[in-house]
Write a protein that binds this ligand. Structure first.
Ligand code: FAD
Length: 293
């Protein structure tokens, strides 16, 4: 399978990159790890005239975790670095775990966090915990910078909020509040390197009594064209202490909101069933983690 003819650029600074992104517009594609891009180009699903390889730009890489100030992760930070970061494992275990479940070790050493988001696959692993954590993305162009909640950035299958001339440069993760926890889980055939059938993240914050739920966010993947943030679960659980009966109600509510499709990996009916199973397990696990159990 041959690639189409394209012109290749390897900028060394963010300024140089933004100039290329602005000048070449929609005829160009950013090349981060290439683990999605090359697959699409080989299949002739896309044929960009220009590739802008950002791997030589140090400013787009790295993790900065500051005590009390959350974290900033560069868009071209490789998933393996996120998986093994001691700081991220301690502060954002759901993200480190999700990064470590993507593909194989070879894939994770190439693939970037920004690529996983910008590819906008409904089954992608890392956007789900990132949305649950309240992450913002930083979008840059020659005319300036803007920030957007990640849940507003991914709009549809392979569609993001990026305008022509813009690129994603950073992720900003808020500092986790005391007595809170965020956890991630998925159902899929990992040994076969298949992408997820359903994935889910839950973020729970407790009141100072250590038992009553103050805030909860449940996010589902692979059951909607973009990460689906449950609207029905929070009103059921906020102000309550989690019980088996409430877990059941919340899991049913999440199941009702999921709008999966049939595809080669699973039927819509099976996916809906799995939403309920994962929601039951994850709500309990996250609640216990927030309580420090
Ligand atoms: C064998 C295999 C297994 C895989 N398994 C999984 C899996 O289990 N879970 C999962 O979620 N994914 C999986 N993937 C998909 C892929 O590895 C991930 O989505 C990966 O994170 C993509 O990152 P990348 O750096 O390779 O992106 P690239 O392929 O370089 O780019 C992807 C898209 O994002 C755009 N882009 C990249 N960076 C930016 C930026 N900073 N600003 C604007 N646009 C940008 C590119 O132009 C392109 O359109 C798998 C892929 C393979 C080949």
């Amino acid at each position: 399978m041959f690639l189409n003819h394209f012109e290749y650029f390897a900028p060394k600074t963010s300024r140089e990159t933004l100039e290329l992104v602005s000048r070449l517009g929609n005829k160009a594609k950013i090349l981060a790890g290439g683990t999605d891009l090359m697959v699409l180009m080989k299949a002739k699903a896309i044929s960009p005239e220009y590739l802008i390889d950002i791997n030589g730009v140090e400013e787009f890489k790295g993790i900065v975790c500051e005590e009390g100030k959350g974290a900033v992760i560069g868009a071209n930070t490789k998933l393996a670095e996120i998986q093994f970061s001691e700081e991220l494992k301690a502060k954002y275990p759901a993200l480190a775990y999700a990064a470590g479940e993507v593909g194989s070790s070879q894939v994770r050493h190439m693939a970037s966090l920004g690529g996983n988001t910008c590819n906008a696959s409904p089954a992608a692993d890392t956007p789900i915990p990132l949305v649950a954590l309240g992450t913002k993305v930083v979008i840059n162009s020659l005319s300036g910078e803007r920030e957007l909640l990640l849940e507003d950035f991914i709009q549809n299958v392979r569609k993001t909020n990026l305008a022509e001339g813009e690129m994603l440069t950073n992720f900003i993760l808020p500092e986790p509040v005391p007595q809170s926890a965020c956890r991630y889980t998925y159902m899929g055939r990992r040994d076969a390197m298949e992408i997820d059938i359903v994935n889910m993240a839950v973020n729970i914050e407790l009141e100072t009594d250590g038992e009553t739920i103050k805030n909860v966010k449940l996010v589902m993947g692979s059951v909607y064209p973009r990460p689906l943030v449950s609207k029905e679960v929070p009103p059921l659980l906020i102000g309550q202490k989690l019980s088996e009966a409430l877990i059941e109600k919340a899991a049913e509510a999440a199941q009702g909101e999921a709008k999966p499709i049939d595809d080669i990996r699973a039927s819509a009916e099976y996916r809906r069933e799995i939403v309920k199973v994962l929601a039951r397990r994850l709500l309990k696990e996250t609640y216990d983690a927030a309580k420090g159990v």
